[in-house]
Design a protein around this ligand. Structure first.
Ligand code: PMP
Length: 387
């Protein structure tokens, strides 16, 4: 027993050194983290009771909305992108550098919080049609926000291209202090690596290595690629099924099912952005980014979810479980239910709850409406007539 206590003490001491905290080595003392960054990662995994009961599968949710900072998986990504750039001497708080990013919101919010904590300025370019609470929040965090007209990815005014060129212009300008750094969540591999090193191993440990499938949407592809690389490539011996949850209007479903991607030029050029077709924010794209590329070979299947289905899941989760989440989480959960039906009872399926519904009040939740007695029994809507 003495040995055990000694080992625990040594571990607690090592932990507190790692985190730079002053927590005592007393094993009875909970660890005290250093700064908000210490609250990023190690999110809980829990069983969604209503969906598990209804499907006969175990539907487990990784509560990524509980991440410190921006309250989404993007906290992991923002932190890893910034740390990696610091290690490569591309960023330093001492030179007054500014981070530029193109984002529909979550990554910008996470970057803005990390920037504040680490002494950087943040300049965020986002499409003008995303939920207004996201840009309002960015302003409260002291970021500079540019809302740009939705445009094709090949258009220089697309929010991602705009952020890239502003960063380059900043660096080249001798008058503006510091450097400009384009975080580039779509192509920056520090993104999927954050999930390969964090989200994936956490899920594996939390499940004790016992899970049958992982299902998630792709915005940059970082989550699904990083988790797939870990669960399937690193430890799962190929056993864990990896399934993409895709909202209506996204080209990825067709890419995974039929190997065909819509031409980004034609598709987004004529129909502007993919989000024009859906009220779901943050997932669904019409191109294979470097982050998706990192794991696309490991994706076994894709499940498409309509806006109506996502909205019914939003109301369902509140009504049955008191879970209030955003649009991509609802797409994930609906896809998990469809997967459970396809796989049959007795399987363990893990998915992601990305962010809180409070980020989506003015858009997705405005469509979902209030949850009250009249929302009624959604079982049939979700589980089909046999429900
Ligand atoms: N949900 C939300 C709310 C997001 O903003 C994003 C990323 N844009 C995702 C899910 C998808 O994550 P990833 O970028 O890792 O594919």
């Amino acid at each position: 027993e003495d040995h055990e206590i000694q080992a625990q003490e040594a571990e607690a001491e090592a932990d507190s050194r790692d985190r730079g905290s002053k927590a005592t080595a007393d094993p009875k003392t909970e660890r005290i983290g250093e700064g908000l960054e210490s609250c990023v990662g190690n999110t809980p995994l829990f069983r969604i009771k209503s969906l598990s009961d209804a499907t006969g599968c175990e539907i487990l949710a990784k509560a990524e909305f509980l991440n410190g900072g921006g309250g989404s998986p993007k906290d992991r990504v923002a932190l890893n992108m910034i740390k990696t750039a610091e290690q490569q001497d591309l960023l330093s708080p001492h030179t007054g550098d500014t981070i530029y990013e193109g984002t529909v919101g979550s990554t910008g919010i996470s970057l803005a919080t990390v920037c504040r904590a680490r002494g950087y300025k943040a300049h965020i370019c986002m499409p003008s049609d995303v939920a207004s609470e996201k840009s309002e929040l960015l302003l409260k965090l002291g970021a500079t926000v540019e809302r740009v007209q939705p445009a094709s990815i090949i258009d220089p005014d697309h929010f991602v291209n705009r952020a890239r060129s502003l960063a380059a212009r900043h660096t080249a300008d001798p008058i503006i202090p510091g450097r400009g750094y384009f975080a580039d969540q779509f192509e920056n591999e520090a993104n999927w690596l954050a999930h390969f090193e964090g989200t994936g191993p956490e899920i594996w440990r939390q499940c004790g290595g016992d899970l049958d499938a992982f299902v998630a949407g792709a915005g940059t592809g970082g989550t699904i690629a990083g988790v797939a690389r870990y669960l399937k490539g690193e430890v799962g011996e190929g056993r864990v099924k990896i399934v993409l949850a895709d909202p209506q209007g996204s080209g990825l479903y067709n890419k995974i099912k039929n190997g065909v991607m819509f031409n980004a030029t034609e598709r987004e050029g004529t129909r502007r952005r993919h989000q024009i077709d859906t009220i779901v924010e943050g997932i669904g794209i019409n191109r294979v980014t470097a982050n998706l590329e990192a794991g696309i070979e490991l994706i076994d299947d894709a499940i498409q979810v309509t806006d109506e289905e996502a909205l019914s899941m939003a109301r369902w989760l509140v009504e049955k479980d008191g879970i209030f989440v955003g649009s991509s989480s609802c797409v994930n959960c609906f896809a998990a239910v469809k997967l459970a039906k396809a796989m049959g009872p007795g399987h363990r399926i893990v998915t992601i709850l990305c962010d809180s519904g409070t980020r989506h009040l003015s858009k997705f939740w405005a469509y979902a409406g209030d949850v009250n007695e009249t929302t009624g029994n959604q079982v049939k809507e979700i589980f089909g007539q046999g429900g």
